[in-house]
Write a protein that binds this ligand. Structure first.
Ligand code: HEC
Length: 328
């Protein structure tokens, strides 16, 4: 009985050595296609996909998903980061493709179409996926921001191109806190939510509606929709721009608005800082942004803007605008 057991073990060991040797010879020979344009065979793909799926599931099962993932604030905050950090690979509503999306293998799924499980998406975004193009964003982004991103991913497949752009414009642009980015020392003067050039917006709850009007006005100008822009201005608005003044909505709409819309047409506007305050029926919103305009002459500029708004009935209307900008 003991003999048979030993023989079996010996046979097994020899078999194992031969198998490892064959595998090493195969690797050494260089015959296996490693190019991203040379897909794995079906069994290999299926094996790798199940390794990935099982690994993600097992780890995601331990996560506690926040209950408020459908919160508008989370969704809006995630939108700007998605546009800045993910859309080149995972695309966005209305986009027909990108070089990265076409060239990567495995291909990044279209997240404006595919629905993803919240816990699994969180795990993948935080840790990335080995030997694929999917980075570990947890190295630069804190968990709360990743959950905001997951909240946005939940809403994304239902959005059309216009709704997507509006959300991106309304969010704080590319902004998230993360490890390793907070090393400039002067904590007194900055919010800790610092990343590259963007700061988290400093907007109290009471000022949110006023800020939404400011953003809707900007979005309308970028879209060339002067009718909509006009609706958000008080008839007696004062617009201060380039050292000059327009003293009514009529005056602004008939002249400068047309030029502003032409300049901004299709521009990429990224809000880098924002502060808003309200008191009674008045609000002010100060915004710093970078503008990449593609219009008549492509240009990149830094823009600062103050808008004063007044609440009329239920709606905020813009009563004063001050713009100044400089070329980059
Ligand atoms: C450089 C390209 C690239 C960028 C940028 C990128 N990803 Fe990915 N992502 C991938 C690839 C490739 C995969 C597929 C990996 C695989 O299947 O093994 C993937 C997979 C995913 C998945 C899993 C999808 C599923 O069906 O399981 C999620 C969720 C995801 N990415 C979210 C994001 C988010 C959110 C961002 C931005 C913060 C982002 N990705 C940025 C390339 C990218």
């Amino acid at each position: 009985m003991a003999m048979t057991g030993n023989r079996f073990l010996l046979g097994f060991a020899v078999g194992l050595i031969i198998a490892i040797g064959a595998l090493a010879a195969f690797a050494w020979s260089g015959v296996y296609g490693i190019g991203a344009d040379d897909p794995h065979s079906r069994p290999v793909s299926a094996f790798l996909a199940s390794v990935r799926d099982r690994a993600v599931r097992a780890r995601a099962a331990k996560l506690e998903v926040p209950r408020d993932l459908s919160s508008e604030v989370r969704i809006r905050q995630g939108a700007g980061n998605y546009d800045a950090m993910c859309a080149t690979c995972h695309l966005s509503p209305g986009s027909s493709g990108s070089e990265l999306n076409r060239g990567l293998y495995p291909a990044p799924p279209r997240l404006d179409v595919a629905r993803v499980d919240a816990a699994q998406a969180f795990w993948v975004v935080k840790h990335g996926i080995k030997a694929s193009g999917m980075p570990a964003w947890g190295k630069s982004m804190n968990d709360e921001y990743i959950w905001n991103m997951v909240a946005f991913l939940g809403a994304l497949p239902g959005l059309d191109a216009g709704q997507y752009q509006t959300l991106v414009a309304a969010s704080g642009g590319h902004s998230h806190d993360g490890q390793g980015t907070d090393d400039h020392g002067d904590h007194e003067h900055r919010s800790p939510d610092h990343h590259d050039e963007a700061e988290l917006p400093d907007v109290p709850e009471a000022a949110r509606d006023a800020v939404a009007v400011v953003d809707a006005f900007g979005t309308a100008l970028v879209a060339g929709d002067l009718g909509k822009a006009k609706l958000l201005l008080d008839p007696r608005v004062i617009v201060l721009e380039a050292g000059g003044a327009q003293r009514s909505r009529e005056e602004y709409m008939s002249d400068h608005a047309v030029a502003d819309a032409r300049f901004l047409r299709g521009a990429h506007v990224q809000v880098t800082r924002r502060i808003a305050r309200t008191g009674g029926d008045m609000a002010w919103v100060a915004t710093e942004s970078t503008i990449h305009a593609h219009g008549d002459k492509p240009a990149s500029s830094l823009s600062t803007e103050t808008m004063v708004l007044e609440r009329k009935g239920n709606a905020w209307r813009i009563v004063q605008i001050h713009w100044s900008s400089q070329e980059r």
